[in-house]
Design a protein around this ligand. Structure first.
Ligand SMILES: *[C@@H]1O[C@H](CO)[C@@H](O)[C@H](O)[C@H]1NC(C)=O
Ligand SMILES: *[C@@H]1O[C@H](CO)[C@@H](O)[C@H](O)[C@H]1NC(C)=O
Ligand SMILES: *[C@@H]1O[C@H](CO)[C@@H](O)[C@H](O)[C@H]1NC(C)=O
Length: 312
């Protein structure tokens, strides 16, 4: 009985901790997967080296997605100098090697801040993405991204329609997000030009913590995915922390209960044993007699004394 309760508690404990352990992909990564799918759907009898624009559903209006299929060898030898804002020089190596790749281009437009929120900074340009996938199966979905390394000169990103730097702001910076979503900052190469040796998402930002915070440009945009993102990111983080803390407290409580239950179970077990011993009698032990067990008397009783011994 006690054991059953303990088992139930244990199960509760693990059930209680599992939702925190299960990580769903971030909104930005879920978007990457969706855009890969839309880009691949644009390839109807595709030629290599031709840019195909994808059509996106209404909830992603303003987001531009394109696909470009290339042989890895051609990418390495010739590059591709004019893929929207990206200029890919010769020397770009795909890792791991596949024969043909698809370069997927993203322009997140008004949804940039929603998917790549960056508190303390103001975007001066939409987020542009360059991701690389295996072109072996153009019906495939949920593909994982391939890495690229620019072994010679870097890939340059020449942003168009960059907003003016707000007066009193520090110098603008390039921001690069790899798939983990962690921003990395670097100086601009030239006016509105950033350089990269890798795939990822790029934009130009200014540190806005010194100037009066301007309201985000995409405040009225309806979210296309019913998940948290954009400027909800801060509160979603707070929410996650709160859930974590509450979960931790509950887990601790359950652990304590488990301990108490275990101790009580042990004590009950001990009592049972003691009671049984009391019934059987301290001086009796179980011993093998033939095939069955039977209580045996131990040699601790007062030895019989022959009366005659007292006889003088
Ligand atoms: C693809 O879209 C770009 C603008 O986003 C446009 O300039 C280009 O003409 C389009 N290409 C095709 C083939 O429709
Ligand atoms: C912005 O600049 C200020 C002053 O240079 C600095 O203290 C702050 O850390 C910067 N903000 C961010 C988010 O990097
Ligand atoms: C391509 O991917 C689709 C979807 O994942 C799958 O159904 C199909 O079997 C794949 N084709 C090949 C040749 O691997």
């Amino acid at each position: 009985m006690g054991f059953l309760i303990c088992a139930c508690l244990l199960q509760l404990l693990f059930l209680g901790s599992s939702p925190a352990a299960a990580q769903s992909p971030s909104p930005a990564r879920a978007l990457d997967a969706m855009l890969q799918d839309y880009a691949y759907r644009a390839f109807v009898r595709p030629h290599t080296g031709i840019v195909y624009n994808a059509t996106v559903p209404a909830d992603l209006a303003g987001v531009a997605v394109s696909g470009l299929r290339l042989r890895s060898g051609s990418l390495r030898r010739k590059g591709f100098s004019d893929y929207f804002e990206f200029s890919i020089p010769p020397g770009v190596i795909v890792q791991p090697y596949v024969e043909r790749v698809v370069l997927v281009y993203h322009n997140l437009g008004e949804l940039s801040e929603k998917y790549y929120p960056l508190p303390g900074y103001t975007y001066l340009s939409p987020i542009l993405g360059l991701l690389v996938y295996d072109a072996a199966n153009l019906s495939a979905t949920g593909l994982s991204e391939l890495s690229i390394v620019a072994s010679g000169s870097p890939i340059s990103v020449s942003f168009s329609n960059v907003r003016a730097v707000p007066p009193g702001s520090p110098a603008p910076q390039c921001v690069w997000f790899d798939l983990d979503g962690v921003p990395q900052f670097r100086g601009l190469e030239a006016n509105n030009v950033c350089a990269t040796y890798r795939r990822g998402h790029f934009s130009i930002v200014v540190n806005s913590s010194e100037v009066a915070p301007a309201p985000g440009p995409s405040g009225a945009i309806a979210p296309p995915i019913p998940t948290n993102g954009g400027r909800d990111k801060g509160s979603s983080d707070a929410w996650k922390i709160a859930v974590g803390v509450v979960g931790g407290v509950i887990a601790l409580g359950l652990l304590a209960l488990l301990l108490v239950c275990f101790v009580r179970y042990k004590r009950e077990k001990k009592m049972e044993v003691m009671e049984r011993n009391a019934e059987v009698g301290e001086t009796l032990r179980m011993a093998q007699v033939g095939r069955s067990q039977a209580p045996v008397a131990l040699g601790t009783r007062t030895k019989p004394v022959i009366e005659s011994e007292y006889v003088a």
